[in-house]
Design a binder for this molecule. Sequence first.
Ligand code: ATP
Ligand code: MG
Length: 415
Amino acid sequence: MRAEIIAVGTELLLGEVLNTNAHYLSSRCAELGIDVYHHITVGDNFARLCETLSVGRERSDLLLVTGGLGPTADDISREATAAAWGRPLVTDPDLLDRIRTYFCNRTVEMTANNESQAQMPEGAIALENHRGTAPGFYLADDVGSVACLPGPPGELRAMFEEALLPLLRSRDLIPETRLFSREILTAGIGESTVADKLADLIDAQTQPTIALYSGTGTVRVRLTTRAADAEEANETFVALQGEIGRRIGEYIYGYDGDSLSASVGRDLRERGLTIALAESCTGGSLSGMLTDAAGASDYFLGAIVSYSNAAKEDLLGVPQSLMIEWGAVSEPVAGAMAEGARDVLGADIGISVTGVAGPGGGTEEKPVGTVCFGFSGPWGTETEGHFFTGDRAGVRRRSTIYALVGLRRRLSRPS
Ligand code: ATP
Ligand code: MG
């Protein structure tokens, strides 16, 4: 079923109200297997709303309209829908009774314009509103169907769940299948390399489909399929997921909600190894990320944030001569920092990061984005120099993620 969501209200177009109803309806439709092809926002203008409804009626199976159901002159969804469907507006005596009762119960005076809310296009089915006066309605003919729902988010949600969904279900209009997805999370590999390694799979994609999303230092491969339930979806994912694992498995750190820090933590815990850090340009964010994972105290001993050369020398024992010869941002210094952290904190592994995060401090030889890493562990001491693009926050984030990627790679090496 193809649906489109039409939000009515000039205040939405002016940016005064955020269109949370479209967000709600869209996410519910995705869960229900209803395909949403368009989101439209239109002001409280009769001609433009009629035009929007007429176009939608032709191209979609169901229009979900929100807003403009109130009693005032600018509430025109009722009239516009009647016009687009070519039906007269008629007063529903039951609805009129219900609106009268609503006002009686609240001892609020009912005005004449509230009576207009008892009107619906001829042939429409009323959708009850337990939270306000404006009833909604559902109208269908051979061309298309429309559900008019109120604008206030609480009323909209209640009517969608309690009145519209049961009606659609009773008419067998809710699809039996819906979309499921599986995310394969990678780090340490660029989006274009992933695309290259998966090119033939991406070209041939049908069920499941494959899409790549790149983040800072990470790439997610998202598989999506239509299925009746999670188990059936999983069966569709297994073969493709296995093939992707064979091609880029060393970069995969998890699936769906997994985190890189938890994955690294698992690797350390399984091997019974402890870790210490020496952070310069990341200023503690590597420690922050590592300790995001619950139970990090099993393997994380501590970190020395050694920003100044003096701190590198006094706290980590980096020889001053090394910093004079190579500069603080250099592979030899990164190696000595990693060894220092490892020794000072008595860990199995020491990792260091030293770099130029910018915006100032770059030189021709070491431009902003130059970052050096030291990895000292059972494999000895190794260093790497990298160049990351982005602003200060981006360089620091990429550095943090890369340190964990470099560690994962070393931990998974055959010993
Ligand atoms: P009422 O009877 O209150 O007039 P209505 O169905 O006519 O209800 P609108 O007048 O269009 O609805 O909107 C009423 C209020 O509901 C808006 O001022 C706004 O706060 C909220 N609202 C309307 N549309 C949306 C939307 N798409 N997303 C979030 N909030 C909305
Ligand atoms: Mg209104």
